[in-house]
Design a protein around this ligand. Structure first.
Ligand SMILES: CC(C)(COP(=O)(O)OP(=O)(O)OC[C@H]1O[C@@H](n2cnc3c(N)ncnc32)[C@H](O)[C@@H]1OP(=O)(O)O)[C@@H](O)C(=O)NCCC(=O)NCCS
Length: 504
């Protein structure tokens, strides 16, 4: 009965819904009720989505949707194609989709659309990330009461047990904040509902419920944990209690020690735009992969955070600030553009990357950069560091473009975030990736709930050796020999059977 009702309501559609992502698809539609209970809202949506995936597999499970090239296998699985689906794709990820030209869409909505549609704390201000969480989980723009209910739910789940603080205190103050985040999340794992439910033998179709409990607990506790790490590392361990009247992101700024209303708005915007960037980036993919083994949300999110801590991924926001500080130390606070150009060229000549520029998927300026630039234009137009970052925007793409090898010379999210934080006095750049990580929880944990709701299997792509690839690409007459030699060279005992065509 519930299934029939949910299928009908999900496929009929009504006002306030997010447009269907795929033409003709029965994607997430209007809820049956105007409930403010997020878990109830989810439970109404899940049956129809399960049916949808089942139908897709049944009707098209054997359909060939693309070819894979050798370059894609050895080149970090970039752009595995799905014919007719725009930029391609190699895994299921429901909460957001990245268009190489237009940038990120959260359940179909762009960042300006989020800013226009999601409820705010301040009239005409930045979206509340709690509203984004509702959107990511249900596909629907929440009402104000629904967002208020999420804020309240998170407030009640926010307590961080004392053993976590004891563990942080046992680490030296100079332990990198991302290491502290990973350790802190692992310490919270003792409270996992999913791990306990699995031990008790919970049924597979109910896994999503305890994963929901863990995910909401973790999202709720992360601002407190992040603030504890911040105060432990930089403020002599003098911690600040949460405010019972502030929203989730505002409270994060407050517990770190920042009360400026502009800083609170910045934090709401920051936490909204860093949340999700489809499924293939290192932190999202890692969380997804580890979660597919039925590791609980604490284990899988901590794994994702260890990936976010890499300098080519989330740590780039820290690297950008270091690079800017080095630039201003050498050239002064407002160097002319020629001096800036030379500095960029020197960075490249020394064999380093220019942090904050380039992207594996995007081919235009990151809309998350533009959003932060617009925030700076409104709140800090005369701030020298903002002006320097603006100058870099005019210089760096041209220099990177001239190398001829960089596919996207435009700035990404990390090129701008540090400037906003510096302006409000959050000057410790080693902490920046933690703020990114708190936000990323909203996306990867939302998808984690859906992954369990849809019963997605353990992820296990087949790997291949160089010898087997060479064998597959060899002329037909040489192929069996090459395959045999390749297998022998790898210490294998049998040739890997390869398809007759060169496409593997
Ligand atoms: C994000 C990033 C890792 C994407 O890498 P990618 O998908 O391999 O990018 P490309 O295909 O354009 O790379 C082609 C070449 O250009 C180089 N390149 C890309 N971006 C570069 C940058 N910002 N500065 C210098 N070189 C860069 C790559 O290292 C690669 O060099 P190689 O052929 O010698 O190995 C890369 O652009 C980068 O390192 N950027 C700086 C770090 C950063 O800002 N990360 C945050 C991303 S949100």
């Amino acid at each position: 009965m519930l299934l029939k009702h949910a299928v009908r309501t999900l496929c009929v559609g009504a006002g306030g819904q997010v447009a269907a992502a795929a033409a003709g698809a029965c994607s997430l539609r209007r809820l049956c009720t105007d409930t403010v209970d997020l878990k109830k809202a989810l439970s109404e949506l899940i049956p129809a989505q399960r049916e949808r995936l089942k139908a897709l597999r049944k009707a098209h499970g054997k359909r060939v949707v693309g070819e894979v090239t050798v370059e894609q296998i050895v080149g970090g699985m970039r752009g595995l194609p799905v014919m007719g689906a725009g930029g391609g794709g190699a895994m299921l990820w429901e909460t957001s989709l990245l268009d190489p030209e237009k940038g990120i869409r959260f359940r179909g909505l762009s960042i300006p659309e989020l800013q226009a549609k999601l409820p705010t704390a301040v009239e005409g201000g930045q979206p509340l990330p709690e509203g984004l969480l509702w959107l990511l989980l249900t596909g629907q723009v929440p009402t104000k009461p629904q967002v208020a209910a999420v804020t309240e739910e998170l407030r009640h789940r926010a307590h961080v047990p004392p053993h976590v603080l004891r563990l942080l205190n046992a680490m030296t103050h100079d332990t990198h904040p991302m290491t502290q985040l990973s350790v802190g999340v692992m310490a919270l794992q003792t409270g996992s509902h999913f791990a306990a439910a699995y031990r008790r033998g919970a049924r597979k179709d109910l896994h999503w419920e305890s994963v929901y409990e863990d995910s909401m607990d973790l999202v709720a506790k992360l601002p407190r944990l992040a603030a504890m790490i911040y105060r432990h590392s930089y403020k002599g361990g003098e911690h600040i209690q949460p405010s019972m009247s502030l929203d989730w992101a505002g409270n994060l700024a407050h517990m770190m020690g920042y009360e400026d209303p502009g800083c609170l708005e910045m934090m709401r915007m920051y936490q909204t735009i860093h949340s999700d960037h489809e499924g293939g980036n290192v932190s999202a993919h890692t969380t997804h992969l580890v979660g597919s083994a039925l590791s609980d949300p604490y284990l899988s999110y901590a794994a994702g955070m260890n990936g976010l801590a890499g300098p080519l991924h989330g740590l780039a926001n820290q690297e950008v600030l270091r690079w800017l500080k080095d630039l201003t130390a050498k050239l002064g606070p407002r160097p002319d553009k020629e001096a800036v150009r030379k500095y960029v060229q020197d960075t490249l000549a020394s064999g380093k990357v220019v942090p904050g520029y380039g992207h594996a998927v995007l081919r235009k300026t990151d809309p998350r950069y533009i959003c932060q630039r617009e925030f700076a234009q409104k709140y800090m137009p005369d701030y020298p560091l903002f002006k320097l970052v603006s100058d870099l925007y005019e210089v760096v793409p041209e220099v990177l473009g001239k190398t001829g090898k960089i596919k996207n010379p435009w700035p990404n999210v990390d090129a701008h975030s540090g400037v906003l934080l510096q302006y409000y006095g959050i000057s410790e750049e080693n902490f920046y990736t933690v703020l990114f990580g708190v936000s990323r929880a909203l996306g990867v944990l939302s998808q984690g709930i859906w992954s369990r709701a849809l019963g997605l299997p353990i992820e296990r792509p087949k790997s291949i050796t160089m010898a087997a690839l060479e064998a597959a690409c060899a002329p037909a007459e040489a192929r069996p020999v090459a395959a045999a030699e390749g297998a022998a060279a790898e210490g294998g005992t049998e040739a890997i059977p390869m398809p007759a065509s060169a496409a593997v």
